[in-house]
Write a protein that binds this ligand. Sequence first.
Ligand code: ADP
Ligand code: GLC
Length: 468
Amino acid sequence: MSLRIALLTSEIVPWSKTGGLADVTGALAKHLAIAGHDVRVFTPLYADIDLAAHGIAPPRDGVARATVPGSSASAYLIDDPAWFARPGIYTEDADEHRRFIALTRAAFAMCRNLGFSPQILHCNDWHTAFGPLLLAAEHASDPLFAGTRSVLTIHNIGYQGVFAARDVADVGLADRGRLHQDDLRAGIVNPLRHGILYAHAITTVSPTYAREICTPEYGMGLDPDLRARGGAVSGILNGVDYDEWDPRRDRHLPIHYDARTLAAKAELKRTFLARAGLPFRLGVPLFGIVSRLVAQKGFELLFDTLPPLLARNRAQLAVLGSGDARYVQFFEKLARDFPQAVSFRGGYDEPHAHWIEGASDFFLMPSRYEPCGLNQMYSLRYGTVPIVRRTGGLADSVEHFDRATGRGTGIVFNDFDAPAMSWALTRALTLYADSGAWKKIVANAMAQDFSWTRQAAEYVALYERLLA
Ligand code: ADP
Ligand code: GLC
């Protein structure tokens, strides 16, 4: 059965991206369309999007129309300069919530203009989390939306979009009785909470994170609301877009390889080190990091554990990322203290991210929490052994390597503390020095398959259950 799906998102590859949300919505739209579904994406036309570079015609009547590359999924980039003509994607402006309420409302209006009757309204994160509530409150009697079922996917419960209750009129609801009254009494409106209350189904991006966010430790205050929804909450692991992330044909890399041609990976590492101004050192592994540098990602675990290894010439490190000053300063200082071992690049740089994935021996993701995480899955395909904490999607995609059985794809540690991190780093060095075990783990890693074909089918199965 071919389904009509409206996908609402604040960011999507290839037009706008700050993190994994963009990769996931882009790949999901593409793969749902390839599977034969009628997918319509609604997303902002941010001022930074270079339409000409993407081959998109200028907006007309408030929208620029495009097709998600590699598929027939239609995208409607909403052109509303009052909200979207600001530098960057997200702002710290006081009216941030209004920008995305405008997007959500524009999606309903566009469906009306197009005469498009979605069977599924799929919202993502706090930005479009008012979709299910608006559907129930304002469109219930509209034949166009009569059969529409709503899905909210939580990519990160750490961002809820909370704003002050004095701005509650911004939601634009005639009947405020539908809003969360306890929150209003407490002086706030929480968009993500409303998505959890009103969506027909709530998903998050890994089965483990789906369980974790139902607990006070990981729920960031929303665990009671999630528990109240019971079986409506589930986890579907993200996939990888192997058109973009595959060392056999990565368009950002000059050298390509697969599991049988690992000498070419070693060559790539040499080339990368030369470009980064670092010497090649035989037997010394290169650790890679590509990340938003925020508390979620757990890099403080490296503060005391990594410098001793660098000081003893046991490891090299390549970091790409931007974010909070304490992490930026830590990596900048490492690069100053160990100029032969550490390369740090700030900002956002797509090609450099691919270089680090390809050239590194290990990839570090010691996250405090991780809804899914994509780079550990990219790393597996690149034969770059992930070192991860056992949480969320990291736990669901990386299996700890067991020397005795030869099973496993990475190094997995449990506790969020320096001794556990230190244990993992030591394990990594031992493994790297043992060429038999090393060959095995790299082969295991590269044989993993997290393609979207399978993951998109899980979303379709969920949609069909909702419509049955
Ligand atoms: P999150 O969404 O929490 O940031 P994910 O692991 O799901 O984490 O996705 C991060 C995505 O953003 C990956 O595609 C990663 O390569 C990319 N990324 C993160 N930081 C940078 C950066 N500084 N430059 C280029 N790509 C980056
Ligand atoms: C979020 C999460 C990340 C996840 C991504 C895409 O930004 O932090 O773990 O992979 O969304 O779902």
